[in-house]
Design a binder for this molecule. Structure first.
Ligand SMILES: *Cc1c(COP(=O)(O)O)cnc(C)c1O
Length: 411
């Protein structure tokens, strides 16, 4: 059974309760009463599994976390206040001053500025590479390299990484591999391909209707023997591996990031996200089919389209072999100039203009004048941001309606 079919069954079954209220209950309480000092002690030492305080965990959010962990085959998950919260949690749980991140591929703007500007203020450096620079990547590894970070699909450059090949580099050198799988939930299963942590912005296609900001990090189980996290790169994890075994990465992230940075999810957003999960497999399958039809038709009519399902894309073969369940909701149109891009965006009647992606509605945005406006020319070139570039995120509309609308807008 493919992932979409498997999760169509699982998600509705997991979200709805079999007794009493079917829809998950929303526990908005920030704090929880312990009842007795003995129970309080047990909650704080971990022997009693009850909520401690909503920054460290909330019952509604816990339900979302258990479903997200199942989706990726992880041992545990931590939901966060946003996708940037999930990325910050995952990386800050492993880094200290002096460390280096290897970042691969076209990066989401917020992640790029986190790595290049914000973390550098704390003495953490990042080296940036294209997805196909595997030799250079391996050569750049030092004792200080703690994380290899990549996105399953370059947004907006649409380049596709060979995740397995990159995972084997990470394994050979005992380095954590973190994959941002926001664009391809279920289409790609990073933990199965060798990643150690997966991060999501659930704001996008997982919730799918712009109703809640959120994120989630999912962690693999740590082995007691022969695990990269037992290497001397990660000595700070020793105590967590000793005390919490397979759960070490989750507990480490809770203690070193969630507790102290406080990027915790709120119960309302977790509830909205679960409602999104119920229909995610249906929506994903529809969108990845639609998008192939749309990009093919638009290219045939002479539009300059960037999508790996087209033979004109440098990663067409990789798409056919490794991305058999699609590569998400995005493609780009290079209109040639800012003027032409603005004319297109003023004429389209179906696309909603916004910085979001992965919505039920088709979305569009001119890249250079918005998300990437503060980036210098060299960086824009590296990220593939040309003056006329429009990013499209396909929604649930009838594909022929979108084709007609876009062809009219491009006239
Ligand atoms: C949107 C996005 C993020 C950040 O998520 P927020 O929920 O907006 O904080 C991170 N990575 C990717 C690939 C994204 O598209």
């Amino acid at each position: 059974m493919n992932n979409f079919e498997e999760f169509s069954t699982q998600f509705v079954q997991l979200v709805g309760n079999k007794e009493g209220a079917i829809s998950p209950s929303i526990t908005t309480s920030a704090s929880f009463a312990y009842g007795s000092p003995e129970i309080a002690e047990g909650i704080f030492d971990g022997s009693v599994k009850k909520p401690l305080y909503s920054r460290m965990g909330n019952p509604t959010t816990a339900k979302l976390e258990s479903i997200m962990a199942k989706m990726d085959g992880g041992i545990g998950a931590i939901a966060t206040s946003s996708g940037m919260g999930a990325t910050t949690l995952a990386v800050m749980s492993l880094l200290e001053a002096g460390d280096n991140i290897i970042s691969i591929g076209g990066l989401f703007g917020g992640t790029y500025s986190l790595f290049s500007e914000t973390l550098s203020r704390f003495g953490i450096t990042t080296s940036f590479f294209d997805v196909d620079e595997l030799e250079k990547i391996e050569e750049s590894i030092t004792d200080k390299t703690k994380i290899i970070f990549l996105e399953s699909v370059g947004n907006p450059n649409m380049r596709l990484p060979d995740i397995k090949a990159i995972a084997s580099i990470a394994d050979r050198h005992d380095i954590a591999l973190i994959v941002d799988n926001t664009i391809t939930p279920m289409s790609i299963s990073p933990l199965k391909l060798g990643a150690d942590i997966v991060v999501y912005s659930t704001t996008k296609v997982i919730t799918g209707n712009a109703s809640a900001l959120g994120g989630c990090a999912i962690f693999r189980a740590v082995n007691e023997k022969n695990d990269k996290f037992l290497s001397k790169r990660y000595t700070f994890l020793e105590k967590f591996i000793k005390n919490t075994k397979a759960m070490a990465l989750v507990v480490n992230a809770k203690k070193r990031a969630l507790r102290d940075f406080g990027m915790s999810a709120n119960a309302h957003a977790s509830y909205q996200t679960m409602l999104g999960l119920e229909t995610l497999p249906l929506r994903m399958e529809r969108i990845v089919q639609s998008i192939e039809t749309i990009v093919k038709a638009l290219e045939k009519e002479g539009l300059k389209i960037n999508h790996p399902s087209l033979a004109s894309h440098p990663h067409y073969t990789r798409y056919k072999e490794l991305f058999t369940k699609g590569c998400g909701t995005l493609f780009t149109i290079d209109t040639g100039s800012k003027e032409k891009a603005f004319a297109f965006l003023n004429k389209t009647e179906l696309a909603t203009l916004t910085a979001n992606i992965g919505d039920s509605r088709t979305l569009a945005l001119h890249m250079a004048s918005t998300i990437y406006r503060d980036f210098d020319e060299k960086t824009k070139e590296f990220l593939g941001i040309t003056p006329g570039l429009i990013r499209i995120s396909i929604g649930l509309e009838n594909p022929q309606d979108i084709i007609n609308d876009f062809l009219k807008a491009a006239e």
